[in-house]
Design a protein around this ligand. Structure first.
Ligand code: PMP
Length: 400
């Protein structure tokens, strides 16, 4: 009965790793997936995560019972505080419904399933470009996907005018997906001034903000600074949604830990919203896994572990920034034609190099350097050892 099924294409981002794994060259470098690597090119388990896990293992009172549909209460409370701020009036007024979900992706999916079922306007505007999974997640949930201008290839910066025009022309009430910080794939974020203008426009048109926060702490190294955009929207008393991921900032990729928060106008509404979120979650996966959320809750609720986390997080962010400078310097030293200052201006895990499809294919073929076809490279996958090789490849791709 399945004989006529056609082969599906590889996922464009995860497919880069599949191709990388097949490559036998000792020179190969994977800059496709946004996963942090050490200077030695190894995946990193944070020390603070090891400590939290150890304390969980040692605590014999911990069992493996099912969590509630909404997940671990301690985790939800601390996740809301992390993104909205410890003293957020919205939290104090109990206007926030937070549910534990399967990392950032699962949080986006639960949020969009909820909106498709209960919100009057089913169109979501996503930035152009955006993370490749966004349109698929929202489309699968039953939302209809439109785009707003975001990146200007000419300046390799924000197309702020285009953004305001497109959101200004969106139908009243439309949902707008915003990257809280460290926009993926461009590394281009609005300034706080620009965020304020976006906020005013969106509120004046009744557009509903849906924040995707996958890199809190990774953009600037400061958890508070990277949540500033979200907090501006919550401070005005209006509604918003926020999807949080602990994949990058705690290095918990495979543990699939995340949270969806819906900020409402009143505590009563938030409680009804939560009851409906349970109806979305129950038939999807019943309830979320316990281990990763317990690690996060342990760290967020212990002052010493929390401080240690912020130090380790800052070290990861700083190493990425160092890679930006090393790559920029290496291209400058080679006299590679073009302006490469965007490498040090862009923010977060990725650099949107500006290399085209053909140049990317050339670098994979000739230099065994793997990246997505849009020319996005993960700075977190680079090291002092691989920067010269990458700079040689870019130089050859540009001059060849
Ligand atoms: N949103 C963005 C913008 C991302 O870059 C990612 C990860 N690449 C995610 C969401 C989701 O990641 P995860 O499901 O692993 O938390």
């Amino acid at each position: 009965v399945f004989a006529s099924i056609v082969q599906a294409p590889e996922d464009p981002i995860l497919g880069v790793t599949v191709a990388y794994n097949k490559d036998q060259s000792p020179l190969k470098v994977n800059l496709g997936v946004g996963a942090y690597r050490t200077e030695e090119g190894k995946p990193l388990v944070l020390n603070v995560v090891r400590r939290a896990e150890q304390s969980l293992v040692n605590d014999r009172s911990r069992v493996k019972e099912y969590l509630p549909i909404t997940g671990l209460a301690d985790f939800n409370r601390s996740s809301a505080k992390l993104i909205f701020g410890a003293n957020s009036p919205a939290i104090q007024e109990k206007r926030v419904a937070t549910v534990q979900c399967l990392s950032g992706t699962g949080s986006l999916r639960v949020g969009s399933e909820f909106l498709a079922k209960h919100y009057h306007q089913r169109t979501i505007y996503i930035p152009l470009p955006t993370w490749g999974n966004h349109p698929k997640v929202f489309g699968m949930a039953g939302l209809s996907v439109s785009t707003y201008r975001y990146y200007d290839p000419a300046t390799r910066g924000l197309d702020f005018q285009g953004l305001l025009e497109d959101l200004g022309a969106a139908p009243s009430g439309a949902i707008v997906l915003l990257h809280a910080c460290a926009h993926n794939p461009t590394g281009v974020d609005p300034t706080l001034d620009q965020w304020e203008k976006i906020r005013q426009l969106m509120r004046s048109k009744g557009l509903l903000p849906f924040f995707d926060s996958a890199y809190q702490g990774f953009a600037s190294g400061s958890l508070d600074a990277d949540a500033e955009s979200v907090r501006m929207f919550v401070a005005d008393g209006g509604e918003c949604l926020a999807a949080q991921s602990y994949a990058k900032n705690m290095g918990l990729y495979g543990e699939r830990v995340g949270a969806l928060s819906i900020v409402c106008k009143t505590a009563d509404v938030a409680s009804r919203v939560e009851s409906q979120l349970k109806l979305v979650i129950r038939p999807m996966y019943s309830n979320p896994p316990i281990h990763g959320a317990s690690i996060v809750a342990t760290i967020l609720n212990d002052r010493e572990l929390y401080n240690e986390w912020t130090i380790e997080l800052k070290a990861m962010a700083d190493r990425i920034i160092t890679m930006r400078y090393q790559l920029f310097d290496a291209l400058t030293a080679r006299g590679t034609p073009g302006d490469w200052s965007h490498i040090i201006k862009q923010i977060g895990m990725f650099t949107f190099t500006g290399l085209n499809k053909e140049q990317v294919a050339f670098m994979i073929r000739e230099y065994h350097i793997y990246m997505t076809s849009d020319g996005r490279i993960s700075m977190a996958g680079l090291s002092s050892r691989t920067v010269p090789h990458l700079a040689d490849a870019i130089h050859a791709a540009v001059t060849g």
